[in-house]
Design a protein around this ligand. Structure first.
Ligand code: PMP
Length: 429
């Protein structure tokens, strides 16, 4: 595979951009090698600047749920761009977007648009703190809620990939208000709550974790969180930045049948444009300015191009829920094929999957939290990643990330991925 142009661009990028990338995981630092510079993408395929094509299992980390350059979205963006790209004044489009989200997802009485998942999560904890008058939050080791200071404690995604124990620049004062414990450990949550009676504003959780690979909530975990929050007057925040509108129309809340108080979104709701949102039950959201004094704002929030892109994609998902059944079938087909190949290979592995989120860990114990994800053989993952890339399959460049399927993938693409895995495993052992 010739990647000369990517290599040249990467060298050039490093002269002007920290590490040559605008988001750390893109740098391939943990898997080694040169990141590929993308020229364009269509459907399930990425095409790099050297003319190589790859089946894409990142889908822009989630949003390209119906594939890249999805025509209705492209058309809508082109049409609306001629009206102007931003007004800084309200549009009807924002109401339509809010109404559509409310009709698709449970427990959204009010919703505010922002420009990223980070902003959504950071604003949600401010709302929880403003509403309860308490300061501390509980988050789970290996969960990632964006790069706001409060979340950079035992975080997943790039923080885990680069093994950053403490992020310089985050003050100790902020960090002491973030309490952490292991995912799926409800007893640990109870213990923390008992030790900090009346101090905890919110529990924020990825209802299906995607930032330490894909990790499923065990039976009773989310239900337990719901009960604790009800008993202790704590606000339960579901970070649905990955799971929202991906696992089902109503996200993880609907798929798993658990109600959250506040919910954060990103990814799919912008169809690849920079968008996030936080919303929830009226009594909590009513504290947000200008209704209340919990101040939150954004010059580009509700940006018309982002709104029309997201609205167009969400409308399609709303009108044709068969997309979810298809995505589930495709992911199950992939899981079955990969399982067969990995079993033939004979080395330990774990595949976690729910809906169109899936990941492979090279581990001989169930991967159920950050410590078990870290104990997996991540050197083996690196080799697997490169062997797959050489065969035209683009997996997330870290074992601490979920794969995201898109509905443009065909059976041939999935078969090719399974066959590439067979060949890759033979190569790496
Ligand atoms: N929450 C979750 C669950 C995420 O996966 C991410 C990003 N991957 C974020 C929040 C932050 O979103 P953004 O990168 O758009 O700020």
């Amino acid at each position: 595979m010739n990647t000369t142009t990517s290599q040249t661009l990467f060298a050039r990028a490093q002269e002007s951009i920290p590490g040559g990338v605008n988001s750390p995981v893109r740098a391939f630092k943990s898997v080694g090698g040169t990141p590929l510079f993308i020229n364009h993408a269509k459907g399930a395929y990425l095409h790099d600047v050297d003319g190589n094509s790859y089946i894409d299992y990142i889908a822009s980390w989630g949003p390209m749920i119906l594939g890249h350059a999805y025509e209705p979205v492209v058309k809508a963006i082109q049409e609306y761009a001629t009206y102007s790209t931003s007004y800084g004044a309200p549009t009807e489009l924002e109401i339509r977007m809010a109404e559509l989200i409310r009709s698709m997802a449970p427990n959204i009485d009010l919703i505010r648009m922002v420009s990223s998942g980070t902003e959504a999560c950071m604003s949600a904890i401010r709302v929880a703190r403003g509403y309860t008058g308490k300061n501390k939050i509980i988050k789970f080791e290996g969960c990632y809620h964006g790069h706001a200071d409060a979340f950079l404690v035992k975080a997943g995604s790039g923080v885990a990939t680069f093994n950053i124990q403490a992020v310089p620049g985050v003050t100790a004062g902020v960090s002491t208000d973030t309490l952490t414990c292991a995912y799926n450990d409800i007893e640990a949550v109870k213990k923390i709550c008992a030790g900090h009676m009346g101090e905890i504003a919110a529990i924020i959780v990825e209802p299906v974790a995607g930032n330490m690979g894909c990790i499923l909530p065990e039976k009773g975990f989310l239900e337990g969180l719901r009960n604790i929050c009800d008993e202790e007057g704590i606000v339960l925040i579901f970070d649905e930045v990955m799971t929202g509108f991906r696992l089902s129309k109503g996200g993880a809340q609907e798929k798993l049948g658990i109600d959250a108080d506040l919910i954060t979104y990103g990814k799919v709701i912008g169809a690849g444009m920079p968008v996030g949102a936080f919303g929830g039950k009226r009594k909590f959201m009513e504290v947000v300015a200008p209704l209340g004094n919990v101040y939150q704002a954004g010059t580009l929030s509700g940006n018309p191009i982002a709104m029309i892109a997201g609205y167009t994609l969400l409308s399609e998902l709303n009108n044709n829920p068969s997309h979810y059944a298809e995505l589930d079938q495709k992911t199950t087909y992939l899981k079955t094929g990969l399982t067969e190949v990995l079993q033939d290979w004979g080395q330990p592995f774990v595949i976690n999957q729910l809906g169109s989120m899936i990941s492979v860990h090279f581990s001989d114990v169930p991967v159920r939290d950050f410590s078990t994800a870290s104990e997996a053989n991540n050197d083996r993952f690196k080799k697997y990643f490169h062997a797959m890339l050489n065969r035209g399959v683009y997996l997330p460049p870290s074992a601490f990330e979920s794969w995201f399927l898109n509905n443009a993938l065909t059976k041939e693409d999935l078969d090719k991925t399974i066959q590439a895995t067979r060949e890759s495993l033979q190569e790496i052992i």
